[in-house]
Design a binder for this molecule. Structure first.
Ligand SMILES: *Cc1c(COP(=O)(O)O)cnc(C)c1O
Length: 391
């Protein structure tokens, strides 16, 4: 790209209907939002527990702000590592049941830090084809060989692992796949990682807060299979801007792993620490996540209601038991027609099209929040049935 070509390239995006635009949100994130000046019932945030504007979290953040100010003022390895960061890392490690944890400014930065800290061009990274873009970019940045296996195809993964002569191997997967809502087979992946002496890197961006009885995330699905000496191969990433309702991310694993990352993860070292008040926000959020079991129960009820009430539509829901419930539409034009029709009826739901998903697999990504009610699901269902009748 050159400066003089930008305008032409942008108009080419226009011509292919691929130009992206942002919409302006007024007021807090939630299930009722004001976007570009109009109010909507929204099924399009990752605020799965409805915590983005929770009063306890707001209060905790304000108190910490009054006491400690805003800016961290320096990177963690200089003078930016605040006691609130330190204490939150201990809390997070305990929360997910691993020995140690390290805060990052975002999930994207965490992965870009971790993979290059562990692998170089002699290594090999094995990734599910539907992994989040940040995991692909992290592998590219590490300069290791990147091998992608078909979605959830463990036999293909095992063949690749067996054929690899790399010195360091790392399997990376989303735990809950962000555009499909289905789950990776974690016990089987851990067994494969053990058998082939590979790291297992789990990106739990959509599981943390949502999965597990206390919202401890995807590791709950590994249950008892975790308590063996070689759990040191497990690297757990959760983001704090989705269900936790705040911002940032953390990586958890063995104490040695975390110590290595403090020394080697460049996206940890060469960036300013997050404001300490955000650590207070996450800490307040953890308490709500653990205590408010009803939020996860409500999500379960909403998912069930959604599946029943959308069962007779011409477009099937994709198989998922998580708050990500994609409605499989197929064609791009049809997906857009539905999203536009819903917006006219006051409902916000994004049409996900290629290249985010494979060609011919355009969908409406219904994203549920514990703050939704059964009546909200019924409103969505009524609108979709109306649109089906006018197809
Ligand atoms: C959102 C997301 C990320 C990025 O996390 P941020 O904290 O928003 O940078 C990483 N992985 C997955 C699977 C995600 O959905």
């Amino acid at each position: 790209m050159t400066p003089d070509r930008l305008q032409i390239a942008l108009s080419e995006l226009d011509a292919q209907s691929l130009r992206r635009a942002r919409h302006v949100l007024d007021g807090p994130q939630g299930v009722r939002v004001t976007l570009d000046g109009k109010s909507y019932l929204s099924f399009s945030s990752n605020d799965y527990l409805g915590l983005a504007n929770h009063p306890d979290i707001v209060r905790g953040t304000l108190l910490a702000t009054a006491r400690y100010g805003i800016g961290a003022g320096a990177a963690h390895l200089l003078t930016g590592h605040h006691r609130l960061h330190q204490e939150l890392e201990t809390e997070l490690a305990e929360f997910v049941g691993l020995p140690a944890a390290l805060l990052f400014s975002s999930g994207y930065m965490a992965s870009l830090g971790v993979l290059p800290a562990l692998l170089d061009r002699h290594g090999e990274v094995f990734e599910d084809k539907l992994n989040h873009a940040s995991l692909v970019d992290a592998a590219l940045l590490s300069r290791a060989k990147l091998t992608r296996y078909p979605h959830r195809d463990l036999a293909a993964l095992e063949q690749h692992l067996a054929a690899s002569s790399a010195k360091v191997k790392l399997i990376a997967t989303d735990t809950v796949f962000s555009m499909d809502g289905d789950l990776a087979s974690l016990p089987e992946l851990l067994a494969l990682a053990r058998r082939h002496d590979a790291w297992l890197y789990l990106d739990d961006a959509h599981g943390f807060g949502v999965l597990g009885e206390r919202g401890q995330g995807a590791l709950a699905l590994l249950g008892g299979s975790l308590k063996t000496p070689d759990d040191a191969r497990l690297i757990y990433l959760a983001t704090l801007g989705k269900a936790a309702g705040v911002a940032g991310a953390f990586v958890a694993g063995s104490a040695d792993l975390i110590e290595w990352l403090v020394n080697k993860a460049r996206t940890y070292i060469f960036t300013t620490a997050q404001p300490p008040m955000l650590a207070a926000a996450v800490s307040a959020s953890l308490r709500v996540i653990a205590q408010d079991v009803w939020r996860r129960e409500n999500l379960g009820d909403l998912i069930e209601r959604l599946k029943t009430s959308l069962a007779d539509l011409p477009w099937p829901l994709m198989p998922s038991d998580t708050p990500i419930q994609p409605l499989s539409v197929g064609g791009n034009a049809e997906a857009l027609r539905l999203a536009d029709g819903l917006r006219e009826r006051g409902i916000l739901l994004p049409a996900i099209r290629p290249p985010t998903v494979p060609h011919g697999e355009a969908r409406l990504r219904i994203s549920l929040s514990a703050a939704h009610t059964l009546a909200d699901i019924d409103a969505l269902s009524a609108a979709l049935h109306e649109l089906a009748a006018h197809a």
